[in-house]
Design a protein around this ligand. Structure first.
Ligand code: SAM
Length: 290
């Protein structure tokens, strides 16, 4: 990784979210291009900018695109990002990219890169140790996109999120098998979201990939109360997310696997062009196209 590029990235400062998004996609011919629909990640970044999480964990670093954006909107935060040293769903990243990713960190920010399988207990222990007993305020799940993979990530890492924290899932729209075999975040999302308040950022439910769903437990609301009740009978000190992970731990009926997102639930954001190419979305080795 050239020092010149790293310096260019380090010295970049944005004034508006659109400047930031333009830079993320345009820098060095897409070197860190986010695997996101622009309007959807923009909506998530706006939410984060309001909430200003102090500690966050991303599962799925890939090219570093979403990580770069999170770093830039969360000054002062502790940020952890996990990815395989190389593998499924478009494949992790090489060690040689680490200096570039480390350059994402702003002064006063703590950035930790974990190159390991998120499903390994040792990886979770490593992440928990980095938090030094403090909870996460935001968890972004964008790693293993199979039903069992996304479920494992939620069940393992959501207990680290504080009760009022946010948990976001990427690729909540139906991904047809001709784009990526085995990808089924959608079904898990449809099941888990009924236990929470949630928001969805979906540019177009028929786009074939993408879509961001955010769980936002609201204490005092009916869902919050239900969460509280579940927490009381669930793991000893687990927050709402932890207890509810267990309630969603049921294999999905096959007939829900291709259900479309409820049209009314979509929260579309307009006014910005989509940086997306569903036919070329790098969901991984299964992304054969047709
Ligand atoms: C769709 S990409 C992430 C895109 C990135 N968040 C962005 O928006 O630019 C998914 C990533 O998850 C990683 N991944 C898949 N399974 C994983 C696992 N079990 N543990 C850690 N990372 C995993 C893949 O290696 C891949 O780099």
């Amino acid at each position: 990784m050239s020092q010149e590029l790293i310096n260019e990235l380090r010295s970049f400062r944005h004034r508006t979210l659109d400047e930031l998004l333009d830079f993320a996609w345009g820098f060095a011919n897409g070197l860190i291009g986010p695997w996101q629909v622009r309007s959807e990640i923009r909506a998530l970044l706006e939410l984060l900018a309001q909430r200003q999480p102090r500690a966050m964990l991303e599962i799925g670093t890939a090219n570093g695109g979403s990580l770069f954006l999170f770093c830039r909107v969360l000054p002062g935060a502790r940020i952890i990002s996990i990815d395989l040293p190389g593998g499924a769903f478009g494949g992790g990243y090489d060690e040689s990219r680490e200096p570039l990713y480390r350059a994402f960190a702003l002064p006063g920010q703590e950035l930790h890169l974990i190159r390991a399988d998120s499903h390994q207990p040792a990886t979770r222990r490593q992440a928990a140790a980095l938090l030094q007993g403090k909870p996460l305020d935001f968890l972004f799940i964008d790693g293993d996109h199979t039903y069992s993979g996304v479920q494992a990530d939620f069940e393992m890492y959501s207990p680290l999120v504080r009760r009022e924290g946010l948990v976001a899932f990427h690729d909540i729209v139906v991904v047809p098998p001709h784009i990526a075999v085995g990808v089924d975040v959608h079904t898990y999302w449809q099941r888990i979201r009924s236990h929470y308040h949630f928001q969805e950022f979906i540019e177009n439910p028929a786009q074939g990939w993408g879509g961001i769903g955010v769980l936002t437990p609201a204490p005092g609301s009916p869902v919050g109360d239900r969460a509280g009740a579940a927490a009381a009978t669930g793991p000893a000190t687990g927050p709402a997310h932890a207890a509810l992970a267990a309630t969603a731990n049921v294999p999905a009926p096959a007939d829900t696997a291709v259900a479309s997102p409820a049209a009314g639930a979509s929260n579309r954001t307009d006014g910005s062009r989509a940086e997306r190419d569903p036919g070329n979305h790098p969901l991984g080795p299964g992304a054969a196209g047709d």
